[in-house]
Design a protein around this ligand. Structure first.
Ligand SMILES: *[C@@H]1O[C@H](CO)[C@@H](O)[C@H](O)[C@H]1NC(C)=O
Ligand SMILES: *[C@@H]1O[C@H](CO)[C@@H](O)[C@H](O)[C@H]1NC(C)=O
Ligand SMILES: *[C@@H]1O[C@H](CO)[C@@H](O)[C@H](O)[C@H]1NC(C)=O
Ligand SMILES: *[C@@H]1O[C@H](CO)[C@@H](O)[C@H](O)[C@H]1NC(C)=O
Ligand SMILES: *[C@@H]1O[C@H](CO)[C@@H](O)[C@H](O)[C@H]1NC(C)=O
Ligand SMILES: *[C@@H]1O[C@H](CO)[C@@H](O)[C@H](O)[C@H]1NC(C)=O
Length: 299
């Protein structure tokens, strides 16, 4: 059985981890990994990846990385040889300077659970082939230069605890209607150029807890949102959303973060629940909202 399950390159290490200990990694996996090393011009980062050592034992171990630690500094496109690691479950290539598209061949990594490519320079559109990855749970493509629309085929993804993080890109168009059938745990599409509505995320049986749609061009009647109880964080600041705040929002028991500022909302801020606990910046810069916590009395 092939053992290579994880390929993690965050800031420090691109790493291969054995889930069942004591076995050598498969020669095919080793060959593919060495190709990846050579694709990146044997960057210093890969020094421990030597053909004469056991890739599962002596090659860099997993280290949780972040922007404060030093970076592997990988540049250029993702090499096609990654597609040969068919047992890969976790692919994290965040905080590098990778360029080119998010390659369509990632759709061949059928066991992938995490796809984290945040903080790079990827451009082009999100490949619809990602819909082949039916175990995919966590998709983080934020902080790149992605453009085009979000493929509707992404609704085929059925992993547990789905995270869809696409913020800080140049994505445009509408959110696919097919997303009405997906129950995300968290959605962040903030700071793009998306338009239309977000009603597909608001169906009675959804359990999504955190949603950030801020700084886009969404334009819809907020009073038509069918809110549901699980919502903890909901940010829609800086859009073109009109209508009024649904009275049902007073019933959201877990709501902790809420921001509807910089839209075109009108009418009385419903009284009750957490809605008066947020300060006026949650509501300011709208067309004609009134009532507490704003200083505007309703006529
Ligand atoms: C970044 O990673 C280092 C090393 O693993 C760790 O000590 C530090 O707490 C992390 N910082 C943050 C902000 O996560
Ligand atoms: C990446 O570049 C930074 C800044 O140039 C440097 O400090 C760091 O050591 C480099 N990391 C590696 C793994 O070479
Ligand atoms: C990333 O790569 C581009 C092109 O190779 C280069 O111009 C840029 O300085 C790099 N940025 C960083 C942060 O290394
Ligand atoms: C939503 O939940 C209700 C009650 O739990 C159930 O009857 C209904 O079939 C569910 N609808 C969907 C679309 O899952
Ligand atoms: C709401 O968003 C606006 C715009 O980004 C910001 O200025 C304000 O501080 C936020 N308020 C809260 C309570 O999050
Ligand atoms: C609201 O009114 C009070 C009392 O008049 C004043 O102290 C406060 O600065 C006002 N707040 C805003 C955000 O205008």
């Amino acid at each position: 059985m092939r053992q290579t399950r994880h390929l993690l390159s965050s800031l420090l290490f691109l790493s291969v981890v054995l889930l069942s200990a004591g076995e050598l990694c498969h020669p095919d996996d080793k060959r593919a990994l060495l190709q990846i090393k050579s694709h990146f011009d044997n960057a210093y980062f890969f020094n421990s990846w030597r053909p004469d050592t056991d890739c599962c034992v002596s090659w860099n171990g997993i280290i949780q990385c972040n922007e404060t630690t030093h970076r592997p500094n990988l540049t250029g496109p993702i090499p096609p040889s990654i597609a040969r690691l068919t047992n890969l479950e976790y692919l994290t290539l965040t905080w590098n300077n990778l360029t080119g598209p998010v390659p369509s061949f990632l759709g061949k990594l059928e066991k992938l659970i995490f796809l984290h490519l945040s903080f790079n320079n990827f451009h082009g559109s999100i490949p619809s082939s990602l819909s082949n990855l039916c175990n995919l749970g966590s998709i983080r493509l934020d902080r790149n230069k992605l453009t085009g629309t979000i493929p509707s085929s992404l609704s085929a993804i059925r992993g547990n605890d789905l995270y869809l993080i696409l913020s800080h890109n140049g994505l445009s168009g509408k959110i696919p209607e097919s997303f009405k059938d997906v129950d995300f745990g968290q959605v962040d599409v903030s700071r793009n150029k998306l338009e239309g509505n977000i009603f597909m995320f608001f169906r009675p049986n959804k359990t999504t807890q955190i949603m950030d749609f801020s700084r886009n061009q969404f334009e819809f009647d907020m009073s038509k949102l069918e809110v549901y109880n699980n919502l903890i964080a909901f940010d829609i600041n800086h859009n073109k959303i009109y209508g009024s705040i649904p009275v049902a929002m007073t019933g959201l028991r877990y709501l902790q973060n809420f921001n509807v500022s910089y839209n075109r909302l009108c009418g009385r801020i419903p009284v009750g629940g957490s809605l008066q606990r947020f300060d006026y910046t949650t509501y300011f810069h709208n067309r004609c909202l009134c009532g507490a916590p704003l200083n505007v009395t309703c006529s």
